[in-house]
Design a protein around this ligand. Structure first.
Ligand code: TYM
Length: 344
């Protein structure tokens, strides 16, 4: 290696992201992640997987897991991912993820993982009862991303800290193994009003698959009536909408609904306020319900249609896994050489 060796990653741009098959997908997953996947696939080489290795960090019923994976794959397809354009696969079908995660477990420091807020949120007071996998979960996420040398990771705001950890792992690996620029330092793509969608019942809590109240979220599989009813029942306040975003500073529920409208319509929040300033929720909610039904309504129907033919979904996932492996395997083989493994 010469003194002139490049220190920055010089490879191609690549998009990668994934979703866990652990329950019904909701509006937050759609606006924070899925809608961006469909858009990005036409701009950059895109890899989107179903994170079934991550799913088993909490108990999953073995007889149901495969179906859960197909459901997420169906959601990808129903929201516009094209398997001829993007590579769609199941994480467990590409063993390089787990292999690289082991090496990264030995690169990442305990202090780094101790700072992960999502582990603290999920484990609560009884962390000693959680799986070891839940603790090292973000290390596997770094492996997912770096096995493909991905540079852009479209995710919701809640994944930002995991992306920072991924960058730290990439940097330390490059330094430790004297391989400047081997791994890129990937960016989280979290821009836009959909990055943090809140519960419809509580504007201070994230919309989440695990919220016990189904009225707190709009599921991708909800029909038009359910969507409209959930919007109608969403918690709000009696004030009219203000003219600027500053006017929403202390109105978490109102801000959330304006953000949802903006993200669904593909416009800025300022545009939404310009249209609705001075109007109350009695006028705004029916408009939001119509918009949500028109965007989300067809997705559930399309998912059901796709799931009626699981063999076709499996064919897409099998083909995707082959394409994914063809990219990940040489990277992991290089990692093994750099680490000095006997089998490297
Ligand atoms: P998961 O399955 O919890 O969520 C999938 C995606 O949805 C986003 N999201 C939200 N966005 C906006 N508002 C919300 N209320 C909301 N809730 C969820 C998440 O940010 C995510 O983008 N660890 C990941 C899966 C994963 C992954 C990866 C992602 C595993 N390996 C590699 C990217 C790259 C997760 O649990 O997402």
């Amino acid at each position: 290696m010469t003194d002139q060796a490049p220190t920055a990653y010089a490879g191609p741009e690549r998009v990668l992201s994934g979703v866990q098959p652990t329950g019904d997908l909701h509006l937050g997953n759609y606006l924070g992640a899925l809608v961006k996947f469909a858009r990005l696939q036409h701009e950059i080489d895109t890899f989107i997987f179903v994170a079934d290795l991550h799913a088993i960090t909490a108990w999953q019923e073995p007889s149901k897991l495969k179906h859960q994976v197909r459901e997420i794959a169906a959601a990808y397809l129903a929201t516009g991912l094209d398997p001829k354009v993007a590579t769609i696969f199941a994480q467990s079908a590409v063993p390089e993820h787990a292999e690289l995660a082991w090496v990264f477990n030995c690169v990442a420091r305990l202090g780094w993982l101790d700072r992960m807020t999502q582990f603290k949120d999920k484990a609560g007071k009884h962390k000693e009862r959680e799986s070891v996998g839940l603790y090292t979960y973000p290390v596997l996420q770094a492996a997912d991303i770096l096995a493909y040398k991905a540079t852009k990771v479209p995710v919701g705001e809640d994944q930002r800290q995991h992306l920072e950890l991924t960058r730290d792992i990439a940097q330390k690996f490059n330094n430790d193994f004297n391989a400047p620029g081997f791994f890129p330092l990937p960016d989280a793509l979290t821009q836009g009003p959909g990055a943090r969608i809140m519960s419809l019942r509580d504007g201070t809590a994230k919309m989440s698959k695990s919220d016990p109240s189904d009225n707190s979220r709009i599921n991708l599989t909800d029909d038009a009536d359910a969507i409209a009813q959930k919007v109608r029942k969403a918690r709000t306040d009696p004030e009219p909408l203000p003219e600027t975003m500053e006017g929403l500073a202390d109105r978490a529920e109102a801000r959330n609904l304006v953000g949802i409208y903006a993200a669904l319509a593909g416009v800025t929040e300022a545009r939404v306020l310009a249209e609705f300033a001075g109007q109350g929720f009695g006028a705004f909610k029916p408009k939001l319900a119509d918009l949500a039904v028109s965007v989300m309504g067809p997705i559930g129907g399309e998912m059901r249609r796709l799931l009626a033919d699981p063999a076709e979904i499996d064919r897409i996932l099998t083909d995707g896994a082959q394409r994914a492996r063809a990219l990940a395997a040489p990277t992991v083989a290089e990692v093994k050489k750099l680490v000095g493994f006997w089998a490297g």
